[in-house]
Design a protein around this ligand. Structure first.
Ligand code: GDP
Ligand code: MG
Length: 450
């Protein structure tokens, strides 16, 4: 998979939103930090990362009242902003009827120009265009040979001259042939970096050949160098489109993908392997969807929506803040969480709770227990539910146990869980996980560490 690391960290980040019980400013802040970390470590330009995250936060605050649930809305904002930095709309090469339509490939040495020419030639000949290639890389000794071989394999005509060292002369040499083709793809020389003589050479070729497209090939491992490089090529020969090669490799990709915009030209294709078929058209929307695992994410959001409605969560939050968390709320919440997976997983998603490694037994409400608690709760009066403290009076626990057909110890168990949860909620409300840690210290099993 292309950009696996970035994809994985983005997916994890968004799953956090999907699973979060409350979507609040704290969650958004955490999301932003995660996003920044993921994007920066995949080489996306710092300024761009900060602009992106700033606009996510601003949009979230401004669009809070939107009718869709907040959770989905937040995911949507992240998706849209990522799509935006990758160029927003899909931008396809339009090959006109002009004969031939000329595409000149530019880029530094080793960026993947010659390989990509083979891929493009196959791509367009498969779509009915009559394609030829022209080898104007006069600096690398094996360059014409490489182009020739690649083209031979796919039955494409290549025009090369292995002896001539003047690119323009080669271009002129085959001039009579070109009108026989719909598409002429021209290979050029690169250097280790964008040097003055490379710039001059490209300027000369550009002036004489007048290509319809100048496609800049950028390798995914280019990193931050992309900014100057793209700008330099653009100044030399007006870049009209970008191809990112080697996105299948270990390169972090973020630099090349986002830096392409320096040229004002859109990414047209991506190279995802060494073989001639390893070429994909670039569509920012589907690229981001795939990167974020939107399919999985949508399923998760659906589940979350099912489990706990936004109003219910809001309601619960208000109750918590007012200290009005009742047994019924506990039960509702546990039911909701049960639907979303083990409590321990959910706790990881609550802002600030991720760092707390609580013992499993404390977080996992067993299926059987939950069922029993449901019956117990139904056997309680409204007054008892709202104020479980009164249960310690008289014989109420025994009465409820009898009514529910359970052991009195089950009722006590539920009350214990309620008290613990209430305590937990109070501390979560305070937003200070260190307080929580202190609270639990000493009560933990031997050898347990925070
Ligand atoms: P040029 O100097 O710009 O013409 O670069 P080449 O086309 O000769 O490619 C340089 C190296 O990168 C070759 O070994 C190619 O096989 C490799 N390469 C090009 N594109 C890709 C790609 O999309 N994925 C991978 N993995 N390798 C690529
Ligand atoms: Mg080459």
């Amino acid at each position: 998979m292309v950009l696996e690391n970035l994809g994985n960290s983005l997916k994890e980040t968004l799953k956090k939103i999907a699973r979060a019980v409350f979507v609040d400013d704290k969650l958004v802040d955490e999301l932003i930090k995660d996003l920044q970390r993921a994007l920066l470590s995949s080489d996306v330009n710092v300024k761009l990362v900060f602009e992106l995250t700033k606009s996510i936060k601003e949009r979230f605050l401004k669009e809070k009242q939107a009718s869709v649930t907040q959770r989905e809305h937040l995911v949507k904002i992240v998706y849209e902003e990522l799509v935006k930095i990758l160029g927003d709309e899909k931008s396809e090469l339009v090959i006109t009827k002009k004969k031939p339509y000329k595409i000149m490939m530019v880029g530094v040495y080793g960026s993947g120009k010659t390989t990509t020419i083979g891929k493009l030639a196959k791509y367009y000949s498969k779509r009915g265009y009559k394609v030829a290639t022209l080898g104007l890389d006069v600096h690398r000794p094996a360059a014409p040979e490489q182009l020739e071989q690649i083209c031979k394999k796919i039955n494409i005509q290549s025009f090369v001259n292995k002896k001539e060292k003047n690119a323009l002369k080669i271009y002129n040499e085959f001039e009579r042939e070109y009108p026989k083709y719909d598409l002429l793809i021209i290979d050029t020389a690169g250097r280790d970096s964008l040097t003055q003589d490379l710039i001059q050479e490209l300027k000369d070729l550009n002036k004489e050949i007048k290509p319809d497209e100048n496609l800049l090939v950028l390798s995914a491992d280019i990193g931050q160098a992309v900014q100057n490089l793209a700008k330099g090529f653009h100044e030399a020969c007006n870049v009209t489109g970008v191809i990112i090669s080697k996105l299948d490799g270990t390169g972090k990709g973020g630099g090349a993908l986002t830096g392409a915009s320096t040229t004002n030209a859109k990414i047209k294709f991506i190279g995802v392997g060494e073989k001639v078929d390893d070429l994909e058209t670039f569509n920012p929307k589907s690229f981001v969807s795939r990167l974020l695992g939107m399919g999985d994410l949508e399923a998760l959001l659906e589940k979350a929506r099912d489990a706990i409605s936004e109003e219910k969560a809001q309601d619960l939050q208000e109750k918590l803040l007012k200290g009005e968390f009742t047994l019924l709320d506990l039960y509702e919440q546990m039911k909701a969480m049960k639907k979303m997976g083990p409590l321990s997983k959910i706790m990881e998603m609550v802002p600030g709770m991720g760092q707390l490694k609580m013992p499993k037994e404390m977080l996992e409400v067993q299926e059987g227990k939950l069922e029993k608690w449901g019956i117990i709760i139904k056997s309680m009066t409204k007054k008892e539910l709202e104020d479980p403290e009164i249960l310690s009076q008289g014989n109420r626990i025994n009465r409820i146990a009898k009514g529910a057909g359970v052991d009195p110890s089950d009722v006590r168990d539920l009350l214990k869980q309620y008290k613990q949860s209430k305590k937990l909620m109070k501390m979560m409300k305070g937003g200070d996980p260190s307080k929580l840690m202190k609270q639990f210290k000493g009560k933990m099993p031997k050898g347990f560490k925070f």
